[in-house]
Design a protein around this ligand. Structure first.
Ligand SMILES: NC(=O)C1=CN([C@@H]2O[C@H](COP(=O)(O)OP(=O)(O)OC[C@H]3O[C@@H](n4cnc5c(N)ncnc54)[C@H](OP(=O)(O)O)[C@@H]3O)[C@@H](O)[C@H]2O)C=CC1
Ligand SMILES: O=C(CO)COP(=O)(O)O
Length: 371
């Protein structure tokens, strides 16, 4: 059912913003989201474990560790005290890497007022359990609405004020559908909105989370092939077929196709697969050029979510019985010691398939393993 322009009810901006936003994580993206919330007119406090970083944000309006030389708005409070960060928070953004989420939520729990919404801004799936981050947070914080903020959003560009859009997703309760303006998704979207940052509201948390996790793996694939010397045809094919893998996983888990073709899916896939500003694309490129993993990023510890995402995405796919050939290829190279060139040659010579899948056709490839 499509909603025509005339039917689309433009609600007056009665959705009340959350006055005080707490951001947990003082890295690139946490700092960027704190900036977005500040520019939108909110009171903002950022929590980090590194006192030098929190002092720099609070006292000098800069984050020399993650965003050197980039000016932040004045007035962002910053602390290493979790209790102080959370005690008056009206909404929380969690922005530490996906693997830290369960412990961070447990650490937050004693300090959070019941009912305060928590939006997850990391991109990944919990490796040990295969749970989406929303499920992990719901287990640890059962008294809180859990959502996600995700989309094509390089941190530095966001802080520099480049017009950016992202999706804010929370599952809608019955009450939310009766009064959307009071839903956490609407209220958080309004809370983050400014002339530079344009949030879209979604009720499809699963679809948004799958998009964020899978795009990181596809970006590594794009980097691998780019580093190996292949160009735009190859990248376009990987992006397109990578979106199909994202759609396959999202739909089986209850996500929506429209979400996959939205900002948190196609949008973020396009961004992350198009620039070595993406750490996932950059890792793939370095590996494609022949560097060993320990040589990448000059050996510095860099957050590359796609490395663990490739494990959890494949684990999840196997649990539900779907095939994700590009993600499987990345997993083989990263975690099974497979040769990069041969792996992608095999990927390209899998049985000829139909697009759309509904045609149900597949034929042995003349250069495939059965040739
Ligand atoms: N960077 C970007 O452009 C974007 C990133 N994201 C997502 O945001 C998430 C965070 O990434 P990003 O901010 O880029 O990463 P960064 O490496 O820039 O920052 C990571 C932050 O997490 C903190 N951290 C790491 N481990 C722990 C821990 N165990 N306990 C507490 N704090 C910890 C680090 O603290 P310390 O400095 O003390 O190590 C640092 O403040 C990722 O899931 C990423 O996919 C999403 C959109 C854009
Ligand atoms: O998620 C991101 C942009 O939307 C950041 O991408 P990387 O994690 O690949 O750097």
């Amino acid at each position: 059912m499509t909603i025509s322009k005339s039917d689309q009810q433009i609600l007056p901006a009665l959705a009340k913003p959350y006055p005080r936003i707490a951001v947990i994580g003082s890295g690139s993206w946490g700092t960027a989201l704190a900036t977005v919330a500040k520019r939108a007119g909110r009171e903002v406090v950022i929590w980090g474990r590194d006192e030098k970083t929190t002092d720099a944000i609070r006292e000098r309006g800069e984050n020399p560790k993650y965003l050197p030389g980039v000016e932040l708005p004045k007035g962002i409070d910053a602390t290493t005290d979790m209790g102080a960060a959370l005690k008056d928070a009206d909404a929380v953004l969690v922005v530490t890497p996906s693997k830290t989420l369960r412990k961070i939520c447990a650490r937050m729990k004693p300090h959070l007022k019941k009912g305060v919404p928590v939006a997850l801004c990391a991109k990944g799936i919990e490796t040990k359990t295969g749970l989406l981050l929303g499920e992990v947070a719901a287990e640890e914080l059962p008294d809180h609405p859990i959502g996600a903020l995700s989309g094509p959003t390089f941190a530095k560009e966001t802080v520099l004020g480049h017009p950016t859009a992202a999706t804010v997703a929370f599952d809608f309760t019955y009450a939310d559908r009766l009064s959307p303006k009071d839903s956490p998704a609407a209220r958080l979207a309004i809370s983050m909105s400014s002339e530079f940052f344009r949030p879209y509201i979604s009720d499809d948390l699963v679809g948004v989370e799958i998009g964020g996790a899978v795009k990181n793996v596809i970006a590594i694939a794009c980097g691998m092939m780019s580093g190996a010397g292949f160009a735009e045809n190859t990248r376009a094919a990987l992006i397109t077929r990578g979106m199909d893998e994202m759609k396959t996983l999202a739909e089986v888990l209850g996500g929506r196709r429209e979400t996959v073709t939205g900002l948190s899916g196609a949008g973020d896939l396009t961004l992350t697969c198009s620039s070595t500003t993406s750490r996932n694309m950059s890792l793939g490129t370095q590996l494609g050029k022949g560097l060993k993993r320990e040589e990448c990023f000059d050996g510095k510890p860099v957050v590359v979510e796609g490395e663990v995402n490739s494990i959890s995405v494949i684990d999840l796919a196997q649990r539900i019985g779907v095939s994700l050939p590009i993600c499987e290829s990345v997993h083989a190279v990263l975690h099974e010691g497979a040769d990069l060139t041969q792996t992608f040659r095999d990927l390209w010579s899998r049985p000829i398939e139909a697009e759309p899948k509904a045609l149900g056709l597949a034929f042995d490839h003349p250069f495939g393993e059965n040739a």
